[in-house]
Ligand binder design. Structure first.
Ligand code: C2E
Ligand code: CA
Ligand code: CA
Ligand code: CA
Length: 279
């Protein structure tokens, strides 16, 4: 190590290097944790607005890191993406969701479907459709019990490849949502030709409802646009009764947000599902 003036060593040449060291440490821990089952899933309900029925749940990954405590996806997914560990992690999330569906069934609770997030790296894996189908069938689930969420940016990055993969998934009965809609750069022309089923309107459009006329107009247009293409809408990030009423009156199909429930562990969500429709 280099000397850094008097009585002190310079351990890292610059903050950048320190970040690399930190990232590598996290990566090593992540590898270990994948083998040792230290990831868990929480589930958040998706509520059908016409009936109040829970139409499904979204699986959201958390990391119970023995040293650092419970970690949320934003703090470790970037490292998982960069290292490629997102691929085994993503497959684990899918498999765990399938196992959970069977477990809920065994306990007499029916969860219609679980929405699983798929990262870009996973989407462009070779034979991604076969891998997904294999995991679903090996756990004894049906394809229509799993929905995949892909971000707008992923779906738009290679339209030709995307069309192929989505068509193949649709043949199997797996529906696909376009996640975080409105935050990327979708081409309206390609949107029309992409065989996906659901548009998930990003939370940023909901935050200023119902006061902000611009947000109202945007959400209303997105919903009309989705319906025009024969697609359903899920509106994310509903936190208040006013937002809920606004989205309902604008014709939104499904809502998700803290107003209904935060993401919860499988036991809690199981209880919620067993006790019937939410507010
Ligand atoms: P996302 O797919 O957009 O998921 C929704 C995020 O919004 C979740 O954060 C959820 O807890 C949060 N949320 C839901 N309702 C509300 C609300 O009313 N208010 C507010 N403020 N937030 C709300 P979370 O669980 O921290 O996940 C963050 C992101 O990490 C997800 O955003 C998704 O992009 C990614 N992610 C989570 N799990 C997975 C996974 O298994 N695989 C992949 N590839 N990505 C994942
Ligand atoms: Ca999502
Ligand atoms: Ca989202
Ligand atoms: Ca989001």
């Amino acid at each position: 190590a280099k000397k850094n003036g008097r009585n002190q060593f310079r351990l890292f040449s610059d903050p950048m290097n320190q970040r690399v060291v930190e990232r590598l440490a996290l990566e090593t821990e992540m590898r270990f944790s994948l083998e040792n089952n230290e990831f868990v899933l929480d589930y958040q309900p998706l509520v059908e607005l016409s009936t109040g029925r829970v139409r499904g749940v979204e699986a959201l990954v958390r990391w119970q890191n023995p040293k650092r405590g419970l970690m949320m996806p934003d703090s470790f997914l970037p490292v998982a993406e960069k290292s490629g560990l997102i691929i085994p992690l993503g497959f684990w999330v899918l498999e765990e969701s399938c196992r959970q569906i069977k477990l809920w069934e065994k306990q007499g609770m029916s969860v219609e479907r679980v929405a699983v997030n798929l990262s870009a790296r996973q989407m462009w894996e070779e034979n991604i459709v076969d891998s997904v189908a294999d995991i679903i069938s090996k756990t004894g689930c049906r394809c229509d019990q799993i929905e995949l969420e892909l971000t707008e940016t992923v779906l738009m990055s290679s339209v030709e490849k995307t069309v192929k993969i989505l068509s193949h998934l649709a043949e199997l009965g797996i529906e696909v949502s376009m996640d975080d809609f409105g935050t990327g750069y979708s081409s309206l022309y390609y949107l029309r030709n992409l065989p996906f089923h659901i548009i998930k309107v990003d939370k940023s459009f909901v935050d200023d409802l119902p006061q902000d006329a611009g947000s109202v107009s945007l959400i209303s247009s997105i919903i009309a646009f989705a319906h025009g293409l024969g697609k359903k809408t899920v509106v994310e990030g509903i936190e208040t009764q006013q937002q809920l009423e606004c989205v309902h009156s604008l014709g939104g199909d499904v809502a998700q947000g803290y107003y209904f429930a935060r993401p919860m562990n499988p036991q809690k969500i199981g209880k919620l599902l067993a006790s019937g429709p939410t507010p």
